[in-house]
Design a protein around this ligand. Structure first.
Ligand code: PLP
Length: 426
């Protein structure tokens, strides 16, 4: 009865993000979740389901960690909120900014906080333009991103997103955003065509997440770094998914041995226990901005550096460190990839498997974009067997994406692989 009541209220009042509104109106929500514990979620029907995407690639330490609730409670009771605008500050935001600097490579040591990844990327786009303007190059404002990239849904971040579906919603894509194929040639061609003196920055995820868990080709980012240096184009690494351990290193770009000028982050910094994101910039950028700027950095969100969210992030990062969870990401990542390869051997229609750390994918042969995708059917079969997983379908591709919590163990991984195999067969 409670479920029926909530279903009706949901249909009438609750607009879901990235949803099929018509289907929701007809069918109501498929799950009303009530609890989470480790890699599992429970819903109102009493189902226990393995959460193989860490919900939205973010519940990295797993569900139900009481310590985070305690950290939030303690901070809320003491100082739930005050501003960090202008010259106000407080300990949780200061400590978190300092802690983040310990995690980042190179001299990426100064953080501007947001509530999530979209805001972090919009902040980065404004910051790079601000930077070039201060340096006497106001014409350097174009932002280049890669096709199949996902950078969020604020005006700038949706414009940088290279998945065309996200542009159909409003068609009001901001000017000065350009997309390249994931090849060096494509990037070079665009720079040649547009002129380096009009380009502010290149943004990329180390491993594209929402676009289908796409790993870069060998040597790609090393070359990108060189090109950006040569043409005075700032390199932004969108580490919203990859950051804080997901790919087995602190940040995803470390796998490719390069250091970006700017990192944007969100998700894993709090494992989703509180909304928080940010833009981390190099010391060089930080210094040039504060030395050259006169007047305000005219950018800030009410919740930039939210004390409760910051306290939660600090506790989350402490857990990842103290429990050596990134070691487990590497161990279980190997198991996951081994399992995917075994699945590929068993199933002819699996055309590719890939993974890095606990971020992986299985691609199914869809023959052509006109043929109905298989992924959503696999997802439905997996659900019957107690596993929630995600299908990525666009542009003719048919992929299953996985990003289980860092705390997954071998037995659970074997179970996940078995269910995925059975579901593909079914
Ligand atoms: N960047 C990447 C790589 C993401 O995966 C996401 C979200 O999935 C975002 C940015 C946007 O973050 P948010 O949804 O917190 O605004």
């Amino acid at each position: 009865q409670l479920k029926e009541e909530l279903t009706e209220l949901d249909k009438k009042h609750f607009i879901h993000p990235t949803s099929n509104m018509k289907q929701l109106q007809e069918e109501g929500p498929s799950f009303i979740f009530t609890e989470g514990d480790g890699i599992y979620l429970k819903d109102m029907e009493g189902r226990t389901l393995m959460d193989s995407l860490s919900s939205l690639w973010n519940v990295n330490i797993g569900h139900g960690r009481k310590e985070l609730g305690e950290a939030a409670k303690a901070q809320m009771e003491k100082l739930a909120f005050t501003s960090t605008f202008s010259n106000w500050s407080h300990e949780p935001a200061i400590r978190l900014a300092a802690e983040v600097a310990k995690w980042t490579p190179g001299d990426l040591n100064a953080t501007f906080f947001t509530s999530g990844g979209s805001e972090a990327n919009d902040t980065a786009f404004k910051t790079v333009r601000h930077y070039w303007k201060l340096k006497g190059h106001p014409e350097k404002k174009k932002i280049i991103s890669r096709k199949k990239s996902y950078h969020g849904v604020a005006m700038g971040s949706t414009s940088a997103t290279g998945i065309p579906e996200f542009h159909t919603f409003t068609e009001s894509i901001a000017p000065d955003f350009y997309y390249v194929d994931s090849t060096i040639e494509s990037l070079k061609e665009l720079i040649e065509k547009e002129g380096a003196d009009s380009i502010a920055a290149f943004i990329s995820e180390p491993v594209q997440g929402s676009g289908g868990v796409n790993l870069p080709s060998e040597g790609y980012f090393e070359e990108v770094r060189k090109i950006c240096d040569k043409h005075h184009i700032l390199l932004i690494s969108d580490e919203v998914i990859c950051g804080f351990g997901r790919t087995g290193t602190h940040f995803g770009m470390e796998n490719f041995g390069i250091i970006p000028d700017i990192i944007t982050m969100a998700k894993g910094v709090t494992s989703g226990y509180a909304p928080l994101g940010g833009m981390i910039i190099s010391e060089k950028l930080h210094q040039e901005i504060y030395e050259k700027a006169e007047g305000n950095f005219w950018h800030g969100y009410t919740y930039s550096g939210h004390p409760t969210a910051a306290a939660v992030a600090l506790k989350n990062l402490e857990i990842i460190k103290n429990e050596n969870l990134i070691d487990n990401v590497n161990r279980m990542g190997e198991e996951m990839l081994k399992g995917f390869k075994w699945i590929q051997e068993q199933n002819k229609q699996v055309i590719d498997v890939r993974g890095i750390g606990l971020l992986g994918a299985i691609s199914i042969d869809r023959k052509s974009a006109d043929v109905a995708p298989v992924g959503p059917k696999v997802v439905a079969e997996a659900l019957k067997r107690g596993l929630i997983c995600r299908s990525v379908v666009y542009d003719g591709q048919d992929t299953l994406a996985f990003a289980p919590p860092f705390v997954i163990n071998k037995k659970q991984m074997d179970e996940m692989i078995t269910i995925v195999d059975e579901s593909i067969r079914a």
